[in-house]
Design a binder for this molecule. Sequence first.
Ligand code: G1P
Length: 290
Amino acid sequence: MEITKAVIPVAGWGTRSLPATKNVPKEMLPIFRKPIVQYIVEEGIAAGLKDVVFITNQNKTIIEDHFDRNFLLEQLLERAGKTAMLEEVRRVASLVNVIGVRQKEQLGLGHAVLTAREVCQNEPFAVMLGDDLMFGVQAGIGELLKAAKETGKAVVGVIEVPKSKVSRYGVIKGESIDSHTYRVTNLVEKPKPEEAPSNLAIIGRYVLLPEIFDILEGQRAGVGGEIQLTDALQGLADQDKLIAVRLAGQRFDAGDWVEYLTANIYFALQDEELRDDLVKRLQELLSCSS
Ligand code: G1P
C-alpha cells in the first residue's frame, strides 16, 4: 500500500483563537519560531508523505504561500548576508508538493475530507488536523501509516482522555488487538461523558481508504449540524476495516490557549540560546503571580 498524500483541512474559522485569528489563519499562528501548519507538514514528511492537499478557502492563501518561494525576501536576505536564514526560508519552500482545493462551504470535517475526492481518487491517504500537534516517539502519523500498511485497513489515532473531557472528541469503542492497537467497532462524535463508549478519544490523525468517499457522499449531518468524519468512519468499522492506534508522546491542542502557550515554552526551552534567559524570566513571573 503506497500512501503519499496528506489531506490537511484548513478552511475552519478558528473561533477558539479569536481575536488573534480574525484575519490571520489559525494555522499560521506561530509556535516558537514556526507557524503551526509547518509542524504538521514536517510530521507528515518525516513519515514519508510527499504531497500536501490543503482544503482551503479564499482567506487562507498565505498558508500555501508559506510553502512557496519568496524571491524578494530571498534577495534581501542574500544581500544582508543572512545565509542561515536564507537557507531556512528556501528549505521551507522545498518541503512538499502543495495542492490547494477550495472548500466552498464549511459543512464539517467529513465534508472537508470529501472535498479531496478528485485529488485522492483511488489511493489511501492521510488526514492531519492542524489543532493537534504531536511530538516524540510513537507520536504521530508515521505510526498510523505503519499500521495501515501492515493491515490494509483504515486507522485512527487515539489517546486516553479523562472521562470529563470526552465530549470534545470523537470516541471509539474497540477490542484490543495488542497493547496499543484496537479493532474499532463503534464511534460516537462528542458524546456526553455518561454515554461515551470508552475514554479513547480520536486525535487529528487518520489514514483513510478511498471507499470513505462513497460513505461521505451519503453522510447526513450529525452533531452540530455538521457532516462528521467520525460518523462516516462507522461505515468502515461495520465492515471490519478500521483500527485504532493509541499514540504516545507529547500532544498539544493548539486551539486551547493554555496548551498553545505551553507548546511555545516547550520548544523555546529546547533552544540552548534562549533556555537560561527564558527560565529566569518565567521564574520571575511565577514568583510575582503567586
Ligand atoms: C474533530 C473531530 C473529532 C476529533 C477532533 C480531534 O473535532 O470531529 O472526532 O476527536 O477533531 O481534534 P473538532 O475538534 O474539529 O471539533
